[in-house]
Design a protein around this ligand. Structure first.
Ligand code: ADP
Length: 159
């Protein structure tokens, strides 16, 4: 079975993440969405909430599993027997960080491949940070995230 891990903070899961995930599903038998427990950036939503939102957006899907992880990505990939890591590339600004990440992972785990999918044009400037900024000021995020995520953002920033 060809298994890939799609790791990220997903704070929150956007239409850009969904686009990458749906396209990855065509390439692999199983995708494990690895939700980072403690990303370097501080999160608006706790890990359980981030996972719950992804689950609701995806609905029942036998090809996808949502799992949280901490520690090294390569260790997580080894544990779940993944052959590849999926990452999305948006603007050039993503490139340097992603190159660093892919290089260190290659060094730590030579058999693990990192696969980059270019962001679709309509998602290429979409980030979780932008979505949160718009939602924080009461803007309409309905074209950027799924309805369930938009609802949670509204609730979060009202509180
Ligand atoms: P991280 O903190 O690991 O960067 P993110 O949740 O920001 O976590 O992103 C997870 C992955 O999804 C990264 O590879 C990122 O480049 C990719 N990604 C995020 N937003 C988009 C988008 N709009 N289009 C394509 N890929 C995206």
């Amino acid at each position: 079975m060809n298994i890939a891990v799609y790791p990220g903070s997903f704070d929150p899961f956007t239409n850009g993440h969904l686009d990458i995930l749906e396209r990855s599903m065509k390439l692999f038998d199983r995708i494990i969405v690895g939700v980072l427990l403690h990303p370097s950036k501080s999160c608006a939503f706790p890990v359980e909430k981030r996972m719950e939102m992804i689950g609701k957006v995806l609905g029942k899907n036998p090809k996808v599993e949502i799992v949280h992880f901490g520690g090294l990505l390569v260790d997580f990939c080894r544990k779940v027997k993944a052959k590849a890591v999926i990452r999305g590339l948006r603007a050039v600004s993503d490139y340097e960080y992603e190159l660093q990440l892919a290089s260190i992972n290659k060094q730590l785990s030579p058999d693990l491949e990192t696969l980059f999918l270019m962001a679709s044009t309509n998602c290429s400037f979409l980030t979780s940070t932008i979505v949160k900024d718009v939602a924080r000021h009461g803007g309409d995020v309905s074209t950027l995230v799924a309805p369930v995520v938009a609802k949670e953002l509204k609730k979060h920033f009202r509180a």
